[in-house]
Write a protein of this length. Structure first.
Length: 259
């Protein structure tokens, strides 16, 4: 083999070796890259510290809301005129709810209780006079109740009443005093044959009194201007000595609504 041919052969061998090295290197890079890939099915998301989790909503499942009957039972135990305890929020229940609001924390309305109020009602331990109530009998026209407050500013009793019909016959709002009284049945001078049981007059012929029957003490304004009360409640006032000179505080406004 001539020297020139030897040179050509050497160059060919060197080129072949370089090509082999390049192919092997490329193969190594390819398989190395494949070994570092992560299959999409294996990707696991982890929460970032900057992410905000949705708020947790908790329900009082361990402390369910009291039943309507239980709410009425508590109102009755507090001495409020709830009517029949039967789980039916009727107009008499509204009267008791209105009085409860007035003597606890809220605006005296006859609205049905919210879930929160139902829980508050069954947690009530005692009632206290409202800020505007005075020593004596406090007639709330909005509630159709009369709250009797002692000289020690303690609630003695809460009575159902039926005040004067809205309009011309409405009971006069104001702070009055018992002016005169009759310890027996008395026939009205303005309305003949309208009998009043043991009336106590406080303003221009208006009186607190019992009627011919307790059924006339309706849960809404129905009288000719007087304040109708149950016979037993009138007797209680007489027996306790409530009478001439004692305050009768009439306030509020009747707002008709439906259940």
């Amino acid at each position: 083999m001539t020297p020139l041919r030897r040179i050509y052969v050497g160059l060919a061998l060197m080129a072949g070796a370089t090509l082999v090295i390049a192919i092997v290197g490329a193969a190594l890079v390819f398989f190395s890259a494949r070994s570092t890939e992560v299959s999409p099915s294996k990707v696991i998301a982890t929460p970032s510290s900057s992410m905000t989790s949705p708020p947790k909503i908790s329900y009082p499942l361990s402390n369910p809301l009291p039943s309507k009957m239980y709410v009425e039972d508590v109102l009755s135990a507090l001495g409020l005129p709830v009517g029949k305890v039967d789980g039916d929020y009727d107009v008499k229940t509204q009267r008791a709810l209105c009085a409860w609001r007035e003597l606890t924390y809220g605006e005296p309305t006859r609205a049905l209780p919210s879930d929160l109020e139902a829980m508050q009602i069954v947690s009530t331990k005692a009632l206290a006079p409202a800020a505007n109530q005075v020593v004596g009998l406090n007639v709330n026209i909005a509630c159709q109740t009369a709250t009797w407050v002692s000289a020690a500013h303690v609630v003695i009793g809460v009575f159902p009443v039926s005040s004067g019909q809205p309009g011309y016959l409405s009971t006069s709002v104001g702070l009055w005093k018992v002016e005169w009284q009759v310890p027996r049945w008395y026939e009205s001078i303005l309305y003949p044959e309208a009998m009043m049981y043991r009336p106590k007059f406080f303003h221009r012929g208006m009186a607190i009194h019992g009627s011919a029957t307790d059924a006339l003490v309706l849960p809404y304004p129905a009288s000719h201007g007087c304040v109708r009360m149950l016979h037993a409640d009138i007797d209680r006032l007489w027996d306790a000595g409530f009478g001439i000179g004692d305050a009768v505080n009439v306030y509020g406004e009747w707002i008709s609504n439906t259940l």
